[in-house]
Write a protein of this length. Sequence first.
Length: 304
Amino acid sequence: MSDSTAPAAGRRAGQRSTGRLLGLTAAASCQVLVGIPAMIVGTNAMAARSDGLGALLTALLWLLYAVGLFALLARLAGAEAGCSAALCVLLLSALGCWIGSAAWEDLVLRERGRTVRAVVMAERLDTGSRGDRTWYYELTERNGLPVPGPELVSDTDRFTVGRTVTVIEDPTGKLSPRTPDGADPTSDLLGVGGVAAACLAAVGRTAYRAHRGHGRATPRPRARDGAPPRDQEQRLRDALRARNVDRRGYIRLSPRDYPGLTPEHVTRIAHEEGLRVETFWNRGSWRFGERVVQEPEPGPEYRT
């Protein structure tokens, strides 16, 4: 490869590497942006099923999401760094789905719910093991019929027995009634957005580290002129086969012409070509011949 074409080839290789990096980063980001809402909708929709098929489909959905994350991020930054990043994004996604479940119920209740005036018929207090307190209120409509669904839940003692309150009830009876201000999904949606932003930040950080080479496998060493060691190995073989010997019968070569080859490479190639390499008193050169002063032993004396 000539001096003029080597930089151009290096630039093209760098452009291909950057394009691949950007493509994988975009794919992982889209996976997060599409995956988290899909997981929220899918998980809650499957949870509404009464049979065991819902749990199986939910597990399958999470498995597909996790496999996609691990595959993309492992290709982006290598197996170790990519899997660590994928695990972080997966845990954040699970947190986002947990927050999004409350928002999902609020949205569903606002979509199909019915606003009614109800009377508080009974109140009970439940104290948890950690000292947290939850109040449950049994509601009845003005016509005497109980409000569909479970009891109204509150973390504060908001109502008294006999008080009339405005609530949004679920006609199907699957969701507990809530007050209009309690069915506001804004804060939960902001929480999901924050989790999604954290996932995107993790993907971006992984891509940045991959770009700087911290999360990728060590590249194959290259010579200062851009030629890979395989090309240098072939050039060394050609030079040895040419048998251009000096007046003492040695083939003298400069290690500076083959910076990508290790001493072990040179020793192996010399033996394969039926030659031996001299290891000392060579004034910084490699000297090859059928007979040399000392058998080659890989060590510091090989290095220039």
